[in-house]
Unconditional design. Sequence first.
Length: 70
Amino acid sequence: MWDKILQNPQSIVIIMVFSIPIVSIVAYYWHEVLKNRSDNELKKSMLERGMSAQEIEQVINAGTKKARKG
């Protein structure tokens, strides 16, 4: 079955047209999950060190564009 599909160049193009966006979307959301997990681990470790909520907020917002403007 796959040998017939892969012999036709139009089939390969169609497969690529649909697979590239799907892989891109999955990769984007996987990156967001990893970023959120990392932020949560950082916040947890800062709480364990005894930092206040204000200190944690300053650390988290230190690298954001919003913090640079203000």
